[in-house]
Write a protein of this length. Structure first.
Length: 330
């Protein structure tokens, strides 16, 4: 019998990348998401579905909690990987209660259910470096939390709750945090696909805060391999950082894309004020994951951007039919 992985937030960019990695590695996967599956261009595992190892269920952790627990009890997965959560940093100021309800209250209810089960062996949580706030130096896994937005507070709160569950109940949690995701199949409103789409369609790109924020970017397939390494080799109760070694400003990132697409940066970009609560930088030390999990990112930023440009160009006609801005869901 195949080992079962239950994926919360299956249709997220990182979630879909991990599902592809897990299926290729021979696991049986059950995915849930509050939204229906999007266009196939966002689902890298579609080409693998000739094998009957994946099933999808549309369930909302807030509205369909009982159905979710019933499905878990029926499936009895050895492993759960949790990508689910209310996303978007700046938007979390508009209605913080939504972020706290989804990312904290409903997750505590889920963990209360799971801690009473005997079948769960590992629960891998996909957290965020936003819990640390902005930092001038490399962040290690034992850094103190200093969240600066409701989004970040909600993630810090559930991380701390899970830490107490590990201490009290030996809940099989493993924490992971990643630098910024990108690659073919990413949500169209994120900076890399948005820049490419706007360049191809002749639109002007707004660069918030002049693009001074510093980030590292991790390619989608490297996210999938990182989660898989954590699932196989990670130590319960531990935290792991995954990052690229190349740190760039958002301005330099957009300039790189402009150079590759042969357009003039100054003509293409409009400088606008920054979003509220945006951290200037959070740069993570990922030496622990490299040493203990034998994980290394395989895709450079330059080659990953090339692949993303190719993906957008190939699917541009379908992309034009889709919304390019973030649409908030209650």
């Amino acid at each position: 019998m195949l080992e079962k992985i239950f994926v919360l937030g299956a249709n997220s960019f990182a979630g879909s990348q991990f599902i592809a990695s897990a299926l290729e590695a021979g696991y049986s996967v059950v995915g849930i998401n509050r939204s229906a599956e999007p266009s196939d261009i966002f689902l890298p595992y579609r080409e693998l579905l000739a094998k009957p190892d994946y099933e999808f269920h549309q369930l909302d952790i807030n509205r369909d909690f009982s159905a979710l627990c019933d499905l878990l009890d029926e499936t009895k997965p050895e492993f759960i990987v949790d990508f689910a959560g209310q996303g978007m940093v700046a938007e979390s100021w508009q209605d913080p209660l939504q972020w706290y309800q989804t990312n904290f209250i409903s997750k505590v209810k889920l963990h209360e259910f799971l801690r009473q089960q005997t079948w769960l062996q590992r629960y891998v949580r996909i957290s965020t470096p936003e819990v640390y706030g902005s930092s001038e130096s490399l962040i290690e896994e034992n850094n103190h939390y200093l969240p600066s937005t409701p989004y970040a507070v909600s993630h810090a709160a559930i991380d701390m709750s899970l830490r107490t569950y590990f201490n009290q109940y030996n809940f099989p949690i493993i924490f992971t945090r990643y630098s910024n995701f990108y690659g073919p199949g990413q949500q169209l409103y994120r900076i890399i696909p948005r820049t490419i789409i706007y360049a191809l369609t002749g639109q002007k790109l707004q660069l918030h805060g002049g693009g001074k924020a510093i980030r590292a970017f991790i390619y989608g397939a490297d996210v999938g391999s990182a989660v898989l390494a954590t699932l196989r080799k990670g130590v319960i109760g531990e935290s792991y950082h995954f990052s690229a070694s190349e740190f760039v400003s958002i301005k330099a990132l957009v300039e790189m894309i402009c150079d590759k697409m042969h357009i003039q940066f100054d003509d293409f970009v409009e400088m606008v004020p920054d979003r509220p609560g945006k951290d200037l930088r959070y740069l993570m030390d990922d030496s622990k994951a490299k040493q203990q999990l034998a994980w290394q990112p395989e895709t450079t930023l330059s080659s990953g951007i090339d692949a993303t440009i190719e993906w957008v160009s190939k699917n541009l006609e379908e992309i034009k039919k889709l919304p390019l801005n973030y649409i908030h869901k209650d």
